[in-house]
Design a protein around this ligand. Structure first.
Ligand code: BJW
Length: 233
C-alpha cells in the first residue's frame, strides 16, 4: 500500500510476554487456579476483596522487575518518526509502552499504577499495595479504593475516542492479542467496514485472524521492529 496517513495500533498481552509478563489465555485463563473471571469482575471484588487486591498487588509489584522489549521500543520510535498520525491503544495494564518511549498511550482496560475510589471517584497514582482497609486519599472512605482496572462487564475507557480513531484510520494493526475479548476484538471489523487496511502481528493466528487483510505470525520482538523498519523506510 502507499504510505498510510493514520495508523491505529492495538496491543495485547502478547507484546509484553517476552518482557516476562504472563499472558491471560496462554496461562489457561487461570491465576493460582482462580479463573480470571473471579479476580477480574466487580462481583469477584465484592465477594473477595482480599484475593482481588492480592492479584493486583502482585502484578503491580512485578512491574519493577520487568523491562520494555524491542517491540515496545520500536512502537515508541514509530510514534516519534512516522510522518503521519499514530494512535496507540493498549489492552495492557502495565507501563511498558511508556517506558519503551511511547506517549499518549490509551489504556482501554486501565492501569496497574492507578487507583480510584468507588465512593467519590477520586483517581490517583498507586505504587504501593492496596487492601480493603486502605483509605481514599480524598474522602478517607475505607473500602472505597480499588484498582483502576476495567473488569468484565465494565465499559472500557475512552470508547468514543477509540471508535472515532479506528473508523478514521488508513491502517489498523493488531499486535499480541487473542481477539477473545470485546469490544477490542471487534475493532478489526470496524476498521474493515470503514475501508482501512488491516494487519495482524501475533505469535499464532488469533481468533479473529481471518478478518485481517494480512497476518504475520511469530514473536513480537521480531515482527514489530521489522514492520516498524519497513513502515519508516
Ligand atoms: C504473542 C507472544 C509473543 C504470546 N509475541 N504474540 C459474549 C460475546 C461477546 C462479548 C461478551 C460475551 N460475554 C461477555 C462479553 C463482553 C466481555 C467479553 O468480551 N468477554 C469475552 C470473554 C467473551 N467484555 C467485557 O466485559 C468488556 N466490557 C464490555 O463489553 O462493556 C460493554 C460494552 C463495551 C463497549 C460497547 C458496548 C458495550 C470489558 C473487558 C475487560 C477485560 N478485562 C481484562 C482483565 C482486566 C485487566 C487485567 O487484569 O490485566 O483485560 S480480561 C483480559 O483479557 C485483560 C486483557 O486486556 C484482555 C485481552 O487479552 P489479550 O491481551 O488478548 O491477552 P490473551 O492472553 O488473550 O492473548 C495473548 C495473545 O498474545 C495470544 O494470541 C498469544 O498467541 C499471543 N502471544 N506471546 C506475539 N511473544
Amino acid at each position: 500500500m502507499t504510505h498510510p496517513l493514520h495508523i491505529v495500533i492495538l496491543t495485547g498481552a502478547g507484546i509484553s510476554a517476552e518482557s516476562g509478563i504472563d499472558t491471560f489465555r496462554d496461562a489457561g485463563g487461570l491465576w493460582e487456579n482462580h479463573p480470571i473471571e473471579h479476580v477480574a469482575t466487580p462481583e469477584g471484588f465484592k465477594a473477595d476483596p482480599v484475593l482481588v487486591h492480592r492479584f493486583y498487588n502482585l502484578r503491580r509489584a512485578a512491574l519493577s522487575t520487568v523491562k520494555p522489549n524491542a517491540a515496545h521500543v520500536a512502537l515508541g520510535q514509530l510514534q516519534r518518526e512516522f510522518k503521519g498520525q499514530v494512535t496507540l491503544i493498549t489492552q495492557n495494564v502495565d507501563d511498558l509502552h511508556e517506558r519503551g518511549g511511547s506517549s499518549d498511550v490509551i489504556h482501554m482496560h486501565g492501569e496497574l499504577l492507578s487507583a480510584f475510589c468507588s465512593a467519590c471517584d477520586h483517581r490517583w497514582r498507586q505504587v504501593e499495595d492496596l487492601s480493603p482497609q486502605s483509605p481514599c486519599p480524598a474522602c478517607q472512605t475505607r473500602g472505597g479504593p480499588r484498582p483502576d482496572i476495567v473488569w468484565f462487564g465494565e465499559m472500557p475507557y475512552q470508547m468514543r475516542r477509540l471508535e472515532t480513531a479506528v473508523k478514521a484510520c488508513d491502517l489498523f494493526v493488531s499486535i499480541g492479542t487473542s481477539g477473545a475479548v470485546y469490544p477490542a476484538a471487534g475493532f478489526v471489523h470496524l476498521a474493515n467496514t470503514f475501508g482501512a487496511q488491516t494487519l495482524e502481528l501475533n505469535l499464532e493466528p488469533s481468533q479473529g485472524s481471518a478478518a485481517f487483510d494480512d497476518a504475520r505470525h511469530g514473536p513480537a520482538t521480531e515482527l514489530v521492529p521489522e514492520w516498524v523498519r519497513s513502515t519508516l523506510a
